[in-house]
Design a protein around this ligand. Sequence first.
Ligand SMILES: *Cc1c(COP(=O)(O)O)cnc(C)c1O
Length: 394
Amino acid sequence: MIPYGRQSISQADIDAVVATLRSDFLTQGPAVDRFEERVAAYCGAAGAVAVSSATAALHIACLAAGLGKGDLCWTSPNSFVASANCAVYCGADVDFVDIAPDTYNMDAAALERKLAAAKRLGRLPKVVIPVHFSGQACRMDAIGQLAARYGFTVIEDASHAIGARFAGDTIGGCRHSAMTVFSFHPVKIITTGEGGIITTNDPALRRRLLRLRSHGITRDPADMDGGTAAASSAGQLDDPWYYQQVELGFNYRMTDIQAALGTSQLERVDVFVARRAEIAAAYDRLLADLAVIRPARDPDARSSHHLYAIQLDAAAGARRARRDVFRGLRARGVGVNVHYIPIPTQPFYRRRGFSPESVPVALAYYQNAITLPLHAAMTDGDVKTVVAALEAEL
Ligand SMILES: *Cc1c(COP(=O)(O)O)cnc(C)c1O
């Protein structure tokens, strides 16, 4: 089976992990700080906070943005459920902004219309989470302008998009957002096994994220509650063992083993993205005459090509149902997938009152969508195998 995505592990990656296993720290050691510095420098952000997954990253990013009960968070329906669940964890309400029919990203024009209507109703979102679907950035310039006009916080879900750019800016530099989240699950561009990171230019947000990552505990007297009797009876702020839990946090830490792998992988991110771009360009060429709709390219966005998602095109002569084409491709050893079942169609969200009809563009895209295999270790022969199998199944 040619998988739709998989990791590429080098001898250098293995050596980095082994060296960490032989070192003094398996967690809470220097490898995490180093990985955070490297990711921040790569993205052009002031700082980063590494965590156990992108799901954890989205959760504490929402908390750091002040999202809580009674607040509203908007995201894309064409995403993994974690993009919406993070707001539910905070007790907030979620809503979905439909996608653009060509890029499958949150549609900035739909966002603008929804914001104008929400303003009239007095129900504006506190947080908006655009998702850079397939590694191609959303129109961050337009979304940033709307954030300034309507006063919401932008958290970019860039789980697909390390190594991507928008209008010359590396994604993660947070030019148009407060925070950007990346995932290092093995199907993503670079991996730490499980893992995620948040980049930000705001030092106060970074301190808050560090605290939320580790139980809500601080060892920095500047962040402590110095005035309570509890503080004075429990210890002095400058006692060397002293710490305070000042809010409810989590154990969302990344280990040094993961961080060492991440730092080693990051050295090859541009190589991975370049190879993915070659494969995507080959698909663009080889699929040109088939009855499929190829992914549209925004000329301002340089994609990291996490996914190559096509739609079967009945108008151009695709005869068979998506279900049959999908099964046929799997039977031929082509590990196709579907990204994504629109989040509002999930039973959990239906019970919260959502209906698929609220996001007609995401639903129409989903009904014909198939994700073809795409990862850095694929050969040119693999690409031809996939295209030949698709041609036979259409
Ligand atoms: C993979 C993914 C996540 C979750 O990432 P984990 O690291 O597995 O928690 C969130 N959002 C999107 C868009 C993803 O693709």
